[in-house]
Design a protein around this ligand. Sequence first.
Ligand SMILES: [Zn+2]
Ligand SMILES: [Zn+2]
Length: 340
Amino acid sequence: MTKSKKAIYTIILAIALTAAGVSSCTTAQSSAADYNADLLSTAGANYWMASVDNPVTATTPDGFRVTLIGSGLPKLDLDKIGPSFLVEYKDTKIMVDCGYEAMTGLMKAGINPSSLTNLLLTHQHADHNADFTAFFIGGWDGQLGRRELNMAGPNMSDLYNAVIGFYGTDLDYRINVVGSPGDGIYTNVSIKDLIENTESFEIDGIKISAIPVPHTIKNYAYKFEAGGQTIVMTGDMTYNEDIIDFAAGADIVVIDALQAADFSDIPEAARAKVRQNLSKSHIRNEQIAEIAARAQMKTLVLTHWAGAMTLQNSIDLYREAGYKGEVVKGIDGMVVEPIK
Ligand SMILES: [Zn+2]
Ligand SMILES: [Zn+2]
């Protein structure tokens, strides 16, 4: 083979390998086009998609508004950010959970992470707090960073102390050499560890209640109430009766719907076993139907679902159980508003 023929052969081989690599990578991911082709909600639900060109910050809600920054799972996915949500009430913004790539998701939805001064975590699983360091340090750093921070969640102090401890030298350099103030990182930081069976506190006049719901570790469901509207975020949970009262009549309930998926991405022979194992930590779809029928929330948002999910299957199941409200298949960037 001559030198030039060898070079051409090498280029063709490289192109072929790259193409093979890309195609094997994309088949493992669900694509955004698949989501858009699928039914996203029942007809009465009120939602729109945020983006850099259509940012959440373009308007201020006159009541509550919930943005699904990330609807993903522990499994990494190019098209899904880890569990993270933005709850807004008028001018107040509260972030709930901070999954992997949550900061990227916030910026894609047009929100500057430095503008967020309230963070609640449902629980300390890695898929729900993986981007905490980026939120905490990246949102504070520099002259335009945040200068105050309010946080709550189970074992919140442990997470804070771990990050402060590990990055102490880095933080001290940024404060002492670069000149970032200590406010928002060492000082002006309020931390509430949730430990009781019912916790309640307030942020800017919004009443927030939290109750523990069963999962593999302590997980708190949150309820936000203001101006006659109610929002509930369950975090991860198995079936429990407490959530029925807690979510009764709420305007929007964002629920752990991991098992609303049809698991068609998993070989059929393995599906029953996967479901059985997941039922130890995540509510089954028939149980979501029962909770929805008894709580009769106005809009139920399904998040954290795995693999493929046909919304119509869940709608049929919930209607059969007697649920009359709206159902939304949550995807990243979706902004859900209470039905007026
Ligand atoms: Zn979890
Ligand atoms: Zn989770």
